[in-house]
Design a protein around this ligand. Structure first.
Ligand code: ADP
Ligand code: MG
Length: 391
């Protein structure tokens, strides 16, 4: 369990509660294209409404780099949030300043105000003390429900937590409970699945997990570097030459815990329409490249997954963006969906694949935070979490 205080542990009645949420949603033609992140914040917002707080929401959207970008205003988000809550959501003209302060003063218990994009100000990402002070002055209590940005020490995710009583929202609590519990006290057999393009992105995760798991299944582009380190020819596959010594070291250290592909889907070029075939890892043609794991590998991975009690997965098994090379990822999703284990999925592309397969409900937990979940898997302490009050 997370050892951080939550909204349940503070008195919010009548208080101005400043809530960091992650409303960094995709927009399409001025509309919210996917409201998953808005929905994920609803339990906290609804709790605060029911308990008579005066709610001030803040978020970033996109990468405006410290200046106002018209297309990155949060107005469409306020509109969608109002629909989901079934009550009005006031949109502030900015996130700090006199006009915002006046709008905050007008809030009555249960009212909701959404501040304008935090990253219109350079002070947000710089965690600038003066900007932090101005933001913090708007609230009396601070709630962080933005798990997806908790690995960043920005003004709204870390700075303000030092100036106000600071607690976790329900989404933050849920993410920490699932991910921390899996890592600190997993039910064994504990199996991790790692994939994705680059081994260098995930070395820290491999290193941290090796000491905790019973098996570590490696697919995706990152498997290529291991395969090459084992002496296989991988043709035109994505390989990180500079990571070869490290891959050799990990192979030695991990012994039989590390499970690598035994067969792969190769393509004659990197293209959705490329010619493809299934080959053993010893027979990758020189001019071809590995874009997915093969069916024998799925079988081998499934053997581990069938007996697992806890599974953590990050990184797709192949180039799942191309339907022709999505079968490996899809098969892992289906294996996990049928498993009785605690299944935790992290990572933007991996979560997207689970959403696309319509299997979110079949997993124990699909994390809303890509980078943040990866840093937890690496064993790092997230600055936005560290700054919250302990129980
Ligand atoms: P997540 O976003 O879930 O953390 P990553 O971003 O690490 O996952 O990995 C997903 C990316 O890895 C996708 O863009 C996918 O195309 C790429 N990828 C997976 N397997 C391969 C491969 N064999 N060759 C090249 N790219 C791959
Ligand atoms: Mg990704």
């Amino acid at each position: 369990m997370s050892d951080k205080k939550t909204v349940r542990d503070v008195n919010v009645k009548g208080k101005r509660v400043l809530v960091r949420v992650d409303f960094n949603v995709p927009l399409d033609d001025g509309q919210v294209a996917d409201d998953t992140r808005i929905r994920a914040a609803l339990p906290t917002i609804q709790y605060l409404i029911e308990h008579g707080a005066r709610i001030i929401l803040m978020s970033h959207l996109g990468r405006p780099k410290g200046r106002v970008v018209e297309d990155l205003r949060l107005t469409p988000v306020a509109k969608r949030l109002a629909e989901l809550l079934g009550r009005p959501v006031a949109m502030a003209v900015d996130c700090v300043g006199e006009e915002v302060e006046a709008a905050v003063e007008r809030l009555r218990p249960g009212d909701v105000l959404l501040l304008e994009n935090l990253r219109f100000h350079p002070g947000e990402e710089a965690n600038d003390p003066e900007f932090v002070r101005r933001l913090a002055s708007l609230g009396e209590v601070y709630v962080n429900d933005a798990f997806g940005t908790a690995h960043r020490a920005h003004a709204s995710t870390e700075g303000v937590a030092h100036l106000l009583p600071a607690v976790a929202g329900f989404l933050m609590e849920k993410e920490l409970n699932f991910l921390s519990k899996a890592l600190e006290n997993p039910e064994h057999p504990f199996v991790a699945i790692l994939g994705g393009a680059k081994i260098s992105d995930k070395i820290g995760v491999v290193d941290n997990l090796l000491g905790k798991v019973d098996a570590l299944l490696i697919g995706g582009g990152m498997a290529n570097t291991f395969l090459k380190a084992q002496g296989h020819q991988v043709g035109q596959s994505l390989v990180e030459e500079e990571s070869l010594p490290l891959a050799r070291e990990l192979l030695n250290k991990a012994g039989r815990k590390l499970v690598l592909p035994v067969d792969v889907v190769v393509a004659d070029r990197f293209d959705a329409e490329a010619q493809s075939k299934i080959v053993g890892v010893e027979e990758v043609p020189a001019q071809w490249r590995i874009l997915d794991i093969g069916p024998a590998t799925v079988e081998r991975f499934a053997q581990e997954l069938y007996v697992a009690k806890t599974v953590v997965w990050n990184g797709t098994m192949g180039v799942a963006e191309f339907p022709r090379f999505a079968a490996g990822t899809r098969a892992i999703i289906e294996t996990l969906a049928e498993s009785g284990a605690i299944t935790i999925v992290g990572g933007g592309d991996t979560a997207a694949a689970v959403h696309q397969a319509g299997m979110v409900e079949k997993m124990t937990h699909v994390s809303t935070g890509g980078g943040a979940s990866l840093e937890l898997l690496e064993g790092k302490v997230l600055p936005g979490v560290a700054a919250l009050a302990d129980k």
